[in-house]
Design a protein around this ligand. Sequence first.
Ligand code: CP
Ligand code: NVA
Length: 306
Amino acid sequence: MSLRHFLQLNDLSREELDHVFARTGWIKERFKRYERYWPLQDRTLVMIFEKASTRTRLSFEAGMQQLGGTAIYLNTRDSQLGRGEPVEDAAEVISRMSDLVMIRTYEQAIIERFAAHSRVPVINGLTNEYHPCQILADIYTFIEHRGPIQGRTVAWIGDSNNVCNTWLQAAEVFGFKVHVSTPPGYEVEPERAGLHGTAHFEEFADPMDAARGADLVTTDVWTSMGFEAENEQRLKAFADWQVDGDMMKAARPDALFMHCLPAHRGEEVAAEVIDGPHSVVWDEAENRLHVQKALMEFLLLGRVNA
Ligand code: CP
Ligand code: NVA
């Protein structure tokens, strides 16, 4: 199979993503039955973290082990990456010693430069611009609970950040609509989001209007990693963009609530919502493990058919 990377959600076609979801179900079912599935025996994943993580690290490390392989964790504090070694040189070296690389970093350009010099597939574990593994898990979770996402409406409330941009890309790929409501000054930048147009999203000044009739309401922290200096200003700007019980009432009665986590109860989401009956956040977090196992299988072995 030719070298493939997963730097943005739309690096895989709709048909390939559907394949990954089918494999996710197959892998998850066997994992739940404690059936050994070791297709990646003797393969090594290198995980490079320039930002903090709980779920991404754990799901990739556990996932690789569960597929029979090994995962190695590197961060910028203890490696030469934090001391100015060029990304291109790091990519040349790391990709000669491993089979697969996952990177969490700042600008998307960094991961693109790494991938351009890598001999092995590179996976985006979050950049300032995108979080494609998260949205794989989110869409898989939606499908598990409610069936196909095509034709549905997703309400995004809050910051037009990496997770929002990836939802917008996903809407183009899967054919659904995103209702976005951000405070003034924090609007979606279609070019930065890597969109082909604006047909799949609509912006609303009032978050209640964005939530109205939605099949899924989702949000994320007001201040993403790397933007901490703006925290105080953002707390003020986003104060009216909290997903609360009233907002969930405006959505469809069977609407789901998702959050990539970590969450701040009382800021972007009220406790009654994230801990309430609409919320599927724990399934969403767990599915990171299962979808990423299917993604790693696809990138390393191509189309495996059960
Ligand atoms: N949702 C997510 O990526 O979580 P972590 O930052 O803990 O990896
Ligand atoms: N938007 C958040 C997501 C964390 C998983 C951030 O980038 O910090």
